[in-house]
Design a protein around this ligand. Structure first.
Ligand code: PBG
Length: 355
């Protein structure tokens, strides 16, 4: 919550609120003369706009994009209407179109042609994400390019780190994550976003980036990432479902919020420039707590399952898609997010323009 809001809240709490919010001078006791009538400020759209506390802007949004091999490929993801796997030429076009709607940042994921135990596609000079970064940089030079730094899309087993005897090994994974971040930076990424939930990943990446001369490349840390059922559609989009087990031994346990503070604090100490909470809507309490406690910019990831639920309900005619979308994104901002990563970025940016 911004400081001025916090102050206002505190002042309100300390103020004496009159017991009766209506005048007792009236002779007719059954119909009190109300002094406070909050409805006065809701009477017209212009009045509501004047007193609105939270405003969305296209500046807030980051659009996730999925790069795949080939040419002219636009493959829609069945559980995520209007989201596609895009070949490098198409992804550059998509980024250019996004820019026209006012979007200033994208987050890239990759589907490599082949996968192996060492996730070599993640840090290959000509890996799919590295190619996509270069193509977008050329087509839309001012676009802020963020890359998801993880191994799960590139490992044959689909886990986010190196696996030995059925276990994801933390420290060996750090080296590969650092290599991935450096190669993404070398391709031209402005921001790397480590999402593997390995302990010490931010420190390892910061050090490797600095050693390679990329001290200006920022880190958006997926600091608070829960082991969530809401990543389901993404795993279809990125072909990254784990072949065995699940991610609960490294991603966070959903009931925990004190632990979230600890994760965020560690990432801040390790050199993160921005902190992320993920998913967004089912963790708005966590988002608000991180906002309250930390002064770094805070991002929230409105994930694939959260998107898919709204799309599915809208397709059935059960909710008004545009209103539900704007209400959802507003709730994320109101809870304290400075940055919203969302598959709705284009639609929301368009809706804001026509307002
Ligand atoms: C990679 C990663 C995932 C998401 C973002 N980065 C998947 C996962 O952790 O399983 C999920 C994004 C979404 O659901 O939209 N580790």
């Amino acid at each position: 919550m911004p400081l001025h809001l916090r102050r206002e809240r505190a002042a309100l709490r300390n103020r004496e609120i009159p017991k009766l919010a209506w005048s007792t001078s009236s002779t007719d006791n059954s119909m009190p003369d109300l002094i406070q009538r909050p409805r006065r400020l809701r009477r017209s759209e212009n009045l509501r706009a004047l007193v609105r506390e939270t405003r969305l802007s296209a500046d807030d949004f980051v659009l996730p994009l999925f790069a795949c091999s080939g040419k002219g490929v636009r493959r829609e993801i069945s559980s995520m209407p209007e989201v596609h796997n895009l070949s490098v030429d198409e992804i550059a076009r998509e980024a250019a179109e996004a820019e026209e709607t006012g979007i200033k940042a994208v987050m890239l994921f990759g589907l490599p042609e082949s996968k192996d135990e060492d996730a070599s596609g993640a840090y290959h000079k000509n890996g799919i994400v590295q190619q996509a970064v270069r193509a977008i940089r050329e087509a839309v030079p001012r676009m802020t390019i963020m890359t998801d730094t993880c191994l799960c899309e590139y490992t044959s087993h689909g886990h986010c780190g190196v696996v030995r005897d059925g276990e994801v090994i933390n420290d060996e994974s750090l080296e590969l994550l650092a290599r991935t971040a450096v190669s993404q930076a070398a391709a031209g990424a402005d921001v790397v976003a480590p999402s593997a939930m390995m302990d010490g990943q931010v420190a390892a990446i910061r050090e490797a980036l600095d050693d390679a001369g990329f001290d200006q490349v920022a880190i958006l840390a997926y600091a608070v990432k829960y082991a969530s059922a809401f990543y389901g559609p993404f795993r279809e989009a990125a072909d990254s479902a784990p072949a065995f087990g699940d991610r609960r031994a490294y991603q966070m346990d959903p009931p925990n919020v004190r632990e979230a503070m600890r994760e965020a604090e560690l990432d801040e100490m390790e050199g993160a420039d921005m902190l992320m909470v993920k998913p967004a809507t089912v963790y708005l309490d966590v988002l608000a707590a991180v906002r309250e406690r930390f002064d770094l910019p805070v991002a929230a990831y409105h994930v694939s399952g959260e998107y898919a639920m709204l799309k599915a309900a809208a397709q059935n005619g059960w909710i008004d898609e545009q209103r539900a979308m704007m209400e959802t994104l507003t709730s994320i901002k109101r809870a304290g997010a400075d940055i919203i990563i969302t598959y709705f970025a284009r639609e929301a940016a368009r809706a804001l323009r026509t307002h």
